[in-house]
Design a protein around this ligand. Sequence first.
Ligand SMILES: O=P(O)(O)O[C@H]1O[C@H](CO)[C@@H](O)[C@H]1O
Ligand SMILES: O=c1cc[nH]c(=O)[nH]1
Length: 235
Amino acid sequence: MSTPTPHITASPGDIAKTVLMPGDPLRAKFIAENFLDNPVCFNEVRNMLGYTGTYKGKRVSVMGHGMGMPSMGIYSYELFNFYDVDNIIRIGSSGAIQPDVKMRDIIIGMGACTDSNYAKSFNLPGTFAPIASYELLSKAVEAAKELGLPVRVGNIMSGDVFYCDNAKEHDEGWLKMGVLASEMEAAALYMNAARAGKHALCMVTISDKPGEKPTTAAEREQTFTGMMQIALALA
Ligand SMILES: O=P(O)(O)O[C@H]1O[C@H](CO)[C@@H](O)[C@H]1O
Ligand SMILES: O=c1cc[nH]c(=O)[nH]1
């Protein structure tokens, strides 16, 4: 397929080699307007806003990916395969699973477990282990140290549902396996990166935890700046 794609109207060259991707397109707009120099909007299809600008002199893009693995699957596939993007860094919100994971902790997903059937499309004879790019992961840990921001690195869980009848039991098994937090896209991103021979990383900030007041939409859009700065340092 050539560009533009069904979901992105950018021309070749409009998008940088490294793209930061929050689920919420307004989080992408916030980053473009508050961290990038000379941001130019390259996509408005479905309001999935995407911008390219520079950060400390380096060219970088930021674009929303929507919610869930089908949506992440489409955008990351088109960016890797039709826009020649090399690195995608998801910067998401997430629910705590382990009791010692606190609100607003930053977690880097070394691996992404999943309850989805996304891997089926690759016709594998076994179970694929979706993992982060070691290169991006090690750079992110280094950048966090330099910024003085504590991060935890470990397994996360990409779920197909946000709401379910038995939320507590749903998390119980993952908790016993040491999984730190749940979100909804990293596994698909890691699989698409593996298939395309590209690099991906998912970083999340804890926005929800059982028994705690959840963050507001505005807070998720505008206050996860520690995670944004770590991701921007990877451009
Ligand atoms: O805040 P974002 O990045 O969208 O991430 C999380 O929030 C959404 C659910 O509210 C899902 O996309 C989940 O992965
Ligand atoms: O997937 C998600 C995202 C935020 N909070 C959750 O509890 N789950």
